[in-house]
Design a protein around this ligand. Structure first.
Ligand code: AQP
Length: 352
């Protein structure tokens, strides 16, 4: 059948979803509400799903080897407890699939220093003493581009904070395709950032995002926290003395209040407006116990499942290793093609 001008062109790259999380500490509510819950729901849709524990990213900051290994199992347990099914998604850790690092080197030679200098996450994470930051932290975005493009992934569910890195991934793909005269070799991956995806802030400081590596455990609700810990952290969360207002605009200069309302809305899968309609005029003495109740109800099962998985590290290792075999089957041919494009030979028995 010939293609008429009306027939939409078939996409040249099949839909493939890739995303990852760093094993840098305890996974928290922000990781879940901003990203992980979408990883799970995407299992219902079309396209292959590849979910990674990005341990090579973790070592861009100093880590104890034993801690990375434990955190890798912890993140894998969180994926599984949240509902990632290894039969429907490929679940593995990055360091077992060497093509990620291999492609990252090539992308270091494609990306420009000026691009890296614009990355806000480097500035945030390096802090004041940039000279002392690792080179790996600086080129973190090229490794992320390699993670995605080693699978020729077309869609990447991420939190709002990762949008800039995904734009850089598209720039790397575009430049590679152009530089090596390989049109459409790499797809230009699209972010999946649902409109309602929440950016969850620290329970201690409403202007800082909730983060795994925040030294204060009271700044976040960990997915592994039990009911008592969740309730206690919400009770102690920083707030102001005013009651909840009637409109979202009135939360603008009250970051901590805004954050707790946003968390409630995200867990209840509703809008902040709806939360304010229910709680306007009430103080935090009334609101916090309701939020704690909701959080315990929603996360109690996940945290119990996490503890169950974490009690069996051998089973987690088996799942990661089987996932890595499946991942390698996808990345090896892509790297072979990349080497061909570059004029290299990749470990195959043919003359140079
Ligand atoms: N506070 C957050 N709100 C919404 N989404 C968030 N994400 C992270 N924090 C929030 C999303 O979770 C995914 C995994 O993140 P990551 O492991 O790659 O690292 P990160 O973004 O640097 O997350 P953390 O928790 O802040 O870790 P550390 O402390 O190690 O830097 C991403 O999709 C991210 O957007």
């Amino acid at each position: 059948m010939t293609e008429s001008p009306q027939t939409p062109k078939a996409p040249s790259h099949p839909r493939r979803i890739f995303s990852g999380m760093q094993p840098t500490g305890s996974l928290h509510l922000g990781n879940y509400l901003g990203a992980l819950r979408y990883f799970v729901s995407l299992q219902e849709g079309e396209g292959e799903r590849i979910y990674c524990v990005v341990d090579l990213h973790a070592i861009t900051m100093r880590q104890e080897p034993g801690a990375v290994r434990a955190a890798t199992r912890h993140v894998a347990a969180a994926y599984l407890a949240a509902g990632i099914d290894p039969a429907r998604s490929i679940l593995f850790n990055q360091s077992q699939v060497s093509e990620h690092a291999e492609l990252a080197w090539i992308f270091n030679c494609v990306a420009r220093i000026g691009w890296m200098n614009r990355m806000t996450q480097f500035k945030d994470k390096a802090g004041k003493d940039r000279e002392a930051a690792s080179v790996g932290l600086y080129v973190y975005p090229t490794l992320m581009a390699a993670d995605i493009l080693a699978y020729k992934a077309t869609h990447v569910p991420v939190g709002e904070d990762q949008k800039q890195h995904l734009e850089l991934t598209r720039d790397v793909a575009t430049k590679f395709n152009l530089d090596f005269n390989a049109p459409d070799f790499f797809p230009l991956p699209e972010p999946i950032i649902p409109a309602e995806a929440a950016r969850i802030m620290s329970l201690r400081d409403g202007k800082k995002k909730m983060s795994k590596s925040d030294p204060s455990d009271y700044s976040r609700i960990n997915l592994a926290d039990d009911a008592d810990a969740i309730a206690q952290k919400i009770r102690k969360a920083t707030t102001d003395p005013a009651p909840l207002p009637e409109t979202v605009e009135e939360l603008k200069d009250r970051p901590e209040a805004d954050n707790l309302v946003a968390i409630y809305a995200a867990i209840a899968e509703t809008e902040k407006e709806a939360v304010l309609r229910e709680f306007a005029g009430q103080g935090f003495g009334a609101f916090k116990p309701k939020l704690a109740e909701l959080a315990v109800e929603r996360f109690g099962k996940i945290s119990a499942e996490m503890r169950r998985y974490e009690a069996d590290p051998a089973e987690i290792d088996r799942i990661l290793s089987a996932g890595a075999d499946r991942a390698r089957a996808l990345t090896a041919p892509v790297l072979d093609q990349v080497y061909d494009v570059l004029g290299f030979v990749r470990g195959r028995a043919r003359p140079f």
